[in-house]
Design a protein around this ligand. Structure first.
Ligand SMILES: [Zn+2]
Length: 228
């Protein structure tokens, strides 16, 4: 569904995918778990647009629930996969960075593989890059949940694609649980930084996208993060 003009939220099973719909072309933010390409492309054609209009697939971090359908979508659209260099390293191997305790990490490593990004379709965009999406889409390094994590922010539109640097599962903006966080200090630093941007829409990897709720609620979260 369209959550703000030109930004659509697609629930891809366990994780969220976002679709930016612009005249110049379509952009996906994350690709969902494996086997979600059909549903995503059906949604696109339902809007009266062609799969081949998807020009770019942005990936926030190389977890299987975010990169799982990347290769299938790329093969069917010809899109360029764009990710920050540390994420691209994992995407080329179809592997996720380690960020869970054993035995969870063992299981994830075993089943959490995904089809790698084809080298020819992969482009890197380091933190600081400004992409021509939603006005300007800034690539921000937001490590913590995983070491390679990046977020994408459109200051003009106030839309923050936070991946798993923030979540909205509980119906409010929160930080990912500690037990799936690679570096808790970095995760809190990243979250504080994202909150200071005062986005109007929190479009996170899990949970429904949220319009910035009361300022006091975000202040409370800032305070909570500041203390930990
Ligand atoms: Zn996730």
């Amino acid at each position: 569904m369209e959550v703000v003009p030109q930004v659509h939220w697609l629930k891809a099973g366990y994780a969220n995918v976002y679709l930016c719909v612009e005249e110049a072309g379509l952009t996906l933010v994350d690709s969902g778990p494996p086997k979600r390409a059909d549903a995503i492309l059906e949604y696109v054609t339902g809007l009266g647009r062609e799969a081949s209009e998807i020009r770019t697939i942005l990936i926030t971090h190389a977890d299987w629930d975010h990169a799982g359908s990347m290769a299938a979508l790329q093969a069917r659209t010809g899109a360029t996969i764009v990710a920050a260099p540390p994420t691209a390293e994992y995407l080329r191997r179809g592997r996720a960075p380690k960020h869970m305790p054993w035995p969870l990490s063992f299981v994830v490593d075993l089943i959490g593989r995904y089809e790698p990004a084809p080298e020819a379709a992969l482009t890197t965009a380091p933190a600081g890059t400004v992409l021509p999406v939603l006005g300007e889409l800034h690539v921000l390094a937001t490590p913590g949940h995983t070491s390679d994590h990046h977020s994408f922010y459109s200051p003009a539109r106030g839309v923050l694609f936070a991946g798993d640097a923030l979540g909205t599962r509980s119906g409010k903006v929160s930080i990912a649980p500690d037990f799936i966080t690679a570096n808790r200090t970095a995760a809190r630093r990243s979250a504080r930084w994202l909150l200071r941007l005062s986005p109007e829409l929190f479009a996170c990897g899990h949970g429904p996208p949220l319009a910035a709720s009361s300022a006091s609620e975000l202040d409370r979260l800032q305070e909570e993060l500041g203390q930990s």
